[in-house]
Design a protein around this ligand. Sequence first.
Ligand SMILES: [Zn+2]
Length: 323
Amino acid sequence: MLDDYKEEQKIVYQILKNAIKKDRLSHAYLFETKGNKNAYNMIIAFVKYILCPYNKTLKTDCGKCTQCEKIDKNIFSELKIIEPDGLWIKKEQLEELQQEFSYKAVEANKKIYIIKNADRLNESSANSILKFIEEPEANVIALLIADNLYQVKDTIISRCQIINFNKNQNNELDYIQKLQDTIKIPFDITEDTDLLKEKIQNVITFINTIENKKLDSIIYTNKLFHSIFKEKNEIIFAFDIIILYYKDIINEKINQKKEFFNNYDTDDIKNNNTLETLNNKLLISIDTKDKINYNANTNLLIDKYIIDIVRGDKVEEDSWSNI
Ligand SMILES: [Zn+2]
Protein backbone atom coordinates (compact mmCIF):
# COMPACT_ATOMS: atom_id res chain seq x y z
CA MET A 1 0.00 0.00 0.00
CA LEU A 2 1.17 3.47 -0.81
CA ASP A 3 0.19 4.57 2.69
CA ASP A 4 2.81 2.19 4.10
CA TYR A 5 5.45 4.67 2.96
CA LYS A 6 3.79 7.73 4.42
CA GLU A 7 6.32 8.09 7.21
CA GLU A 8 9.38 6.55 5.65
CA GLN A 9 9.28 8.58 2.44
CA LYS A 10 7.30 11.64 3.43
CA ILE A 11 8.18 13.84 0.51
CA VAL A 12 7.86 11.22 -2.22
CA TYR A 13 4.59 10.13 -0.62
CA GLN A 14 3.20 13.66 -0.55
CA ILE A 15 4.12 14.33 -4.15
CA LEU A 16 2.65 11.10 -5.51
CA LYS A 17 -0.46 11.13 -3.38
CA ASN A 18 -1.22 14.73 -4.26
CA ALA A 19 -0.78 14.04 -7.95
CA ILE A 20 -3.29 11.20 -7.74
CA LYS A 21 -5.77 13.10 -5.60
CA LYS A 22 -5.72 16.15 -7.81
CA ASP A 23 -5.70 14.02 -10.92
CA ARG A 24 -2.53 15.67 -12.09
CA LEU A 25 -0.29 12.74 -12.87
CA SER A 26 2.70 13.47 -15.06
CA HIS A 27 3.09 11.40 -18.18
CA ALA A 28 6.67 10.57 -17.18
CA TYR A 29 8.40 10.20 -13.83
CA LEU A 30 12.05 9.55 -13.23
CA PHE A 31 12.76 8.15 -9.78
CA GLU A 32 16.23 8.60 -8.37
CA THR A 33 16.45 5.87 -5.74
CA LYS A 34 19.96 6.46 -4.37
CA GLY A 35 20.12 2.71 -3.76
CA ASN A 36 17.16 2.84 -1.36
CA LYS A 37 15.96 -0.75 -1.05
CA ASN A 38 12.29 0.09 -0.50
CA ALA A 39 12.07 2.45 -3.44
CA TYR A 40 10.97 -0.17 -5.94
CA ASN A 41 8.24 -1.48 -3.64
CA MET A 42 6.92 2.01 -3.17
CA ILE A 43 6.88 2.56 -6.91
CA ILE A 44 4.88 -0.66 -7.35
CA ALA A 45 2.47 0.54 -4.63
CA PHE A 46 2.08 3.73 -6.68
CA VAL A 47 1.37 1.64 -9.80
CA LYS A 48 -1.32 -0.28 -7.92
CA TYR A 49 -2.78 2.94 -6.66
CA ILE A 50 -3.20 4.12 -10.22
CA LEU A 51 -4.32 0.87 -11.84
CA CYS A 52 -6.40 -0.84 -9.16
CA PRO A 53 -10.17 -0.31 -9.76
CA TYR A 54 -10.96 -0.19 -6.05
CA ASN A 55 -8.84 2.81 -5.23
CA LYS A 56 -11.08 4.96 -7.37
CA THR A 57 -14.45 3.59 -6.37
CA LEU A 58 -13.93 2.84 -2.70
CA LYS A 59 -11.32 5.51 -2.15
CA THR A 60 -9.16 3.01 -0.33
CA ASP A 61 -5.61 1.99 -0.87
CA CYS A 62 -6.22 -1.64 -1.91
CA GLY A 63 -3.09 -3.58 -2.80
CA LYS A 64 -4.60 -7.06 -2.53
CA CYS A 65 -7.43 -7.57 -5.05
CA THR A 66 -7.06 -9.82 -8.12
CA GLN A 67 -5.72 -6.96 -10.20
CA CYS A 68 -3.23 -5.95 -7.56
CA GLU A 69 -2.08 -9.56 -7.34
CA LYS A 70 -1.62 -9.65 -11.07
CA ILE A 71 0.52 -6.55 -10.78
CA ASP A 72 2.64 -8.25 -8.11
CA LYS A 73 3.14 -11.24 -10.39
CA ASN A 74 3.82 -8.97 -13.33
CA ILE A 75 1.05 -10.52 -15.43
CA PHE A 76 -1.19 -7.46 -15.60
CA SER A 77 -1.75 -6.51 -19.21
CA GLU A 78 -1.58 -2.75 -18.67
CA LEU A 79 1.78 -2.84 -16.95
CA LYS A 80 5.03 -3.53 -18.70
CA ILE A 81 8.38 -3.71 -16.96
CA ILE A 82 11.56 -3.30 -18.91
CA GLU A 83 15.00 -4.22 -17.63
CA PRO A 84 18.40 -4.27 -19.32
CA ASP A 85 18.86 -7.21 -21.63
CA GLY A 86 22.54 -7.81 -21.07
CA LEU A 87 24.48 -4.65 -20.46
CA TRP A 88 22.01 -2.24 -22.03
CA ILE A 89 18.32 -1.79 -22.55
CA LYS A 90 17.93 -2.63 -26.21
CA LYS A 91 16.22 -0.55 -28.84
CA GLU A 92 14.12 -3.59 -29.83
CA GLN A 93 12.69 -3.88 -26.31
CA LEU A 94 11.49 -0.31 -26.51
CA GLU A 95 10.09 -0.65 -29.99
CA GLU A 96 8.11 -3.67 -28.85
CA LEU A 97 6.82 -1.66 -25.89
CA GLN A 98 5.65 1.18 -28.12
CA GLN A 99 3.95 -1.31 -30.40
CA GLU A 100 2.09 -2.90 -27.48
CA PHE A 101 1.19 0.43 -25.96
CA SER A 102 -0.34 1.75 -29.13
CA TYR A 103 -3.50 -0.18 -28.22
CA LYS A 104 -6.03 1.12 -25.74
CA ALA A 105 -5.99 -0.17 -22.19
CA VAL A 106 -8.58 -2.90 -21.59
CA GLU A 107 -7.99 -4.04 -18.02
CA ALA A 108 -7.67 -0.54 -16.56
CA ASN A 109 -8.09 3.01 -17.77
CA LYS A 110 -4.37 3.67 -17.78
CA LYS A 111 -1.28 1.90 -19.03
CA ILE A 112 2.02 2.08 -17.24
CA TYR A 113 5.49 1.06 -18.28
CA ILE A 114 8.46 0.88 -15.95
CA ILE A 115 12.03 1.16 -17.16
CA LYS A 116 14.40 -0.17 -14.54
CA ASN A 117 18.01 0.99 -14.69
CA ALA A 118 17.20 3.97 -16.89
CA ASP A 119 20.91 4.79 -16.71
CA ARG A 120 21.43 1.84 -19.02
CA LEU A 121 19.64 3.39 -21.95
CA ASN A 122 22.38 3.93 -24.50
CA GLU A 123 22.34 6.51 -27.27
CA SER A 124 20.23 4.54 -29.71
CA SER A 125 17.77 3.08 -27.21
CA ALA A 126 17.32 6.47 -25.55
CA ASN A 127 16.64 8.06 -28.93
CA SER A 128 14.07 5.44 -29.79
CA ILE A 129 12.01 6.20 -26.68
CA LEU A 130 12.36 10.00 -26.37
CA LYS A 131 9.43 10.92 -28.50
CA PHE A 132 7.26 8.34 -26.79
CA ILE A 133 8.15 9.75 -23.38
CA GLU A 134 7.42 13.25 -24.51
CA GLU A 135 4.24 12.62 -26.44
CA PRO A 136 2.79 9.37 -25.20
CA GLU A 137 -0.51 7.89 -26.28
CA ALA A 138 -3.35 9.09 -24.07
CA ASN A 139 -3.36 7.57 -20.58
CA VAL A 140 0.13 6.11 -20.81
CA ILE A 141 2.45 6.79 -17.88
CA ALA A 142 6.20 6.19 -17.87
CA LEU A 143 8.04 5.37 -14.66
CA LEU A 144 11.80 5.38 -15.09
CA ILE A 145 14.07 4.29 -12.30
CA ALA A 146 17.75 4.94 -11.75
CA ASP A 147 20.08 4.85 -8.76
CA ASN A 148 21.66 8.19 -9.59
CA LEU A 149 20.51 10.95 -11.87
CA TYR A 150 23.97 11.84 -13.09
CA GLN A 151 24.15 8.49 -14.84
CA VAL A 152 21.02 9.19 -16.87
CA LYS A 153 21.07 10.94 -20.23
CA ASP A 154 20.09 14.62 -20.09
CA THR A 155 17.65 14.11 -22.94
CA ILE A 156 15.76 11.66 -20.73
CA ILE A 157 15.97 13.75 -17.56
CA SER A 158 14.59 16.83 -19.24
CA ARG A 159 11.43 14.99 -20.29
CA CYS A 160 10.51 13.61 -16.87
CA GLN A 161 9.31 14.83 -13.53
CA ILE A 162 12.11 13.94 -11.14
CA ILE A 163 11.30 12.26 -7.83
CA ASN A 164 14.14 11.74 -5.37
CA PHE A 165 14.25 9.04 -2.80
CA ASN A 166 16.54 9.59 0.11
CA LYS A 167 17.98 7.13 2.56
CA ASN A 168 17.01 9.39 5.42
CA GLN A 169 14.10 11.22 3.97
CA ASN A 170 12.46 11.65 7.33
CA ASN A 171 15.39 13.48 8.76
CA GLU A 172 15.71 15.47 5.63
CA LEU A 173 12.13 16.68 5.73
CA ASP A 174 12.43 17.59 9.40
CA TYR A 175 15.60 19.38 8.62
CA ILE A 176 14.09 21.32 5.74
CA GLN A 177 11.09 22.23 7.86
CA LYS A 178 13.34 23.49 10.65
CA LEU A 179 15.41 25.46 8.21
CA GLN A 180 12.27 26.94 6.64
CA ASP A 181 11.05 28.00 10.08
CA THR A 182 14.27 29.83 10.91
CA ILE A 183 13.92 32.12 7.92
CA LYS A 184 12.32 35.38 8.96
CA ILE A 185 11.23 38.18 6.72
CA PRO A 186 13.59 41.07 7.36
CA PHE A 187 11.25 43.78 6.07
CA ASP A 188 7.75 44.25 4.85
CA ILE A 189 7.86 42.44 1.54
CA THR A 190 4.20 43.11 0.94
CA GLU A 191 4.75 46.86 1.11
CA ASP A 192 3.31 48.04 -2.15
CA THR A 193 5.77 50.50 -3.61
CA ASP A 194 7.10 50.55 -7.14
CA LEU A 195 10.65 50.91 -5.93
CA LEU A 196 10.44 47.77 -3.81
CA LYS A 197 8.78 45.88 -6.64
CA GLU A 198 11.52 46.92 -9.02
CA LYS A 199 14.26 45.87 -6.61
CA ILE A 200 12.66 42.49 -6.08
CA GLN A 201 12.24 42.02 -9.82
CA ASN A 202 15.96 42.74 -10.28
CA VAL A 203 16.90 40.05 -7.79
CA ILE A 204 14.60 37.54 -9.44
CA THR A 205 16.07 38.36 -12.85
CA PHE A 206 19.54 37.76 -11.44
CA ILE A 207 18.64 34.34 -10.02
CA ASN A 208 16.70 33.29 -13.12
CA THR A 209 19.69 34.24 -15.24
CA ILE A 210 22.04 32.03 -13.22
CA GLU A 211 19.52 29.20 -13.29
CA ASN A 212 19.07 29.46 -17.06
CA LYS A 213 22.50 30.29 -18.33
CA LYS A 214 24.61 28.32 -15.89
CA LEU A 215 28.36 28.81 -15.86
CA ASP A 216 28.62 30.60 -19.22
CA SER A 217 27.15 33.52 -17.45
CA ILE A 218 29.56 34.19 -14.58
CA ILE A 219 30.94 37.41 -15.97
CA TYR A 220 27.56 38.58 -17.19
CA THR A 221 25.74 37.77 -13.96
CA ASN A 222 28.47 39.25 -11.82
CA LYS A 223 28.20 42.50 -13.79
CA LEU A 224 24.44 42.37 -13.62
CA PHE A 225 24.55 41.94 -9.87
CA HIS A 226 26.98 44.76 -9.26
CA SER A 227 25.20 47.10 -11.63
CA ILE A 228 22.05 46.76 -9.56
CA PHE A 229 23.33 46.32 -6.02
CA LYS A 230 26.14 48.60 -5.01
CA GLU A 231 26.07 49.22 -1.29
CA LYS A 232 26.45 46.47 1.26
CA ASN A 233 22.94 47.00 2.61
CA GLU A 234 21.57 46.60 -0.92
CA ILE A 235 23.49 43.36 -1.34
CA ILE A 236 22.18 42.05 1.94
CA PHE A 237 18.68 42.99 0.81
CA ALA A 238 19.24 41.06 -2.44
CA PHE A 239 20.24 37.97 -0.47
CA ASP A 240 17.20 38.26 1.75
CA ILE A 241 15.06 38.14 -1.38
CA ILE A 242 17.03 35.23 -2.84
CA ILE A 243 16.61 33.28 0.39
CA LEU A 244 12.85 33.90 0.44
CA TYR A 245 12.66 32.98 -3.24
CA TYR A 246 14.33 29.58 -2.77
CA LYS A 247 12.31 29.05 0.37
CA ASP A 248 9.12 29.55 -1.63
CA ILE A 249 10.23 27.25 -4.45
CA ILE A 250 10.97 24.56 -1.86
CA ASN A 251 7.50 25.11 -0.41
CA GLU A 252 6.02 24.55 -3.82
CA LYS A 253 8.22 21.52 -4.46
CA ILE A 254 6.85 19.76 -1.39
CA ASN A 255 3.34 20.76 -2.41
CA GLN A 256 2.83 23.48 0.09
CA LYS A 257 1.67 26.94 -0.79
CA LYS A 258 4.03 29.67 -1.86
CA GLU A 259 4.13 32.47 0.68
CA PHE A 260 5.59 35.38 -1.19
CA PHE A 261 6.10 34.83 -4.87
CA ASN A 262 2.69 33.77 -6.06
CA ASN A 263 2.87 36.11 -9.01
CA TYR A 264 6.15 34.73 -10.27
CA ASP A 265 6.55 31.74 -12.52
CA THR A 266 8.94 29.48 -10.63
CA ASP A 267 8.08 26.26 -12.49
CA ASP A 268 11.34 26.02 -14.40
CA ILE A 269 13.52 26.30 -11.31
CA LYS A 270 11.23 23.95 -9.41
CA ASN A 271 11.31 21.32 -12.14
CA ASN A 272 14.98 21.61 -13.06
CA ASN A 273 16.19 21.17 -9.49
CA THR A 274 15.79 18.29 -7.09
CA LEU A 275 14.58 19.04 -3.59
CA GLU A 276 18.06 18.32 -2.32
CA THR A 277 19.61 20.77 -4.76
CA LEU A 278 17.10 23.49 -3.91
CA ASN A 279 17.85 23.02 -0.27
CA ASN A 280 21.58 23.23 -0.94
CA LYS A 281 21.03 26.44 -2.84
CA LEU A 282 19.07 27.86 0.05
CA LEU A 283 21.92 26.97 2.41
CA ILE A 284 24.53 28.44 0.08
CA SER A 285 22.51 31.66 -0.06
CA ILE A 286 22.21 31.88 3.73
CA ASP A 287 25.90 31.13 4.11
CA THR A 288 26.93 33.76 1.56
CA LYS A 289 24.72 36.39 3.17
CA ASP A 290 26.46 35.76 6.51
CA LYS A 291 29.86 36.08 4.88
CA ILE A 292 28.94 39.32 3.15
CA ASN A 293 28.07 40.76 6.54
CA TYR A 294 31.64 40.28 7.71
CA ASN A 295 33.59 40.60 4.51
CA ALA A 296 34.86 43.52 2.50
CA ASN A 297 35.44 41.79 -0.81
CA THR A 298 31.93 41.13 -2.03
CA ASN A 299 33.11 40.69 -5.65
CA LEU A 300 34.87 37.46 -4.85
CA LEU A 301 32.00 36.25 -2.72
CA ILE A 302 29.49 36.86 -5.49
CA ASP A 303 31.72 35.03 -8.01
CA LYS A 304 31.95 32.08 -5.71
CA TYR A 305 28.24 32.28 -4.98
CA ILE A 306 27.34 32.05 -8.67
CA ILE A 307 29.58 29.00 -9.13
CA ASP A 308 28.17 27.29 -6.04
CA ILE A 309 24.60 27.93 -7.12
CA VAL A 310 25.28 26.52 -10.57
CA ARG A 311 26.83 23.41 -9.05
CA GLY A 312 24.11 23.25 -6.42
CA ASP A 313 25.89 20.58 -4.45
CA LYS A 314 28.03 22.36 -1.94
CA VAL A 315 26.80 21.95 1.57
CA GLU A 316 28.83 23.27 4.44
CA GLU A 317 28.86 20.61 7.12
CA ASP A 318 28.71 23.16 9.92
CA SER A 319 25.72 24.99 8.54
CA TRP A 320 23.76 21.73 8.73
CA SER A 321 24.68 21.21 12.35
CA ASN A 322 23.95 24.80 13.31
CA ILE A 323 20.25 24.45 12.76
ZN1 LIG B 1 -6.43 -3.66 -5.83
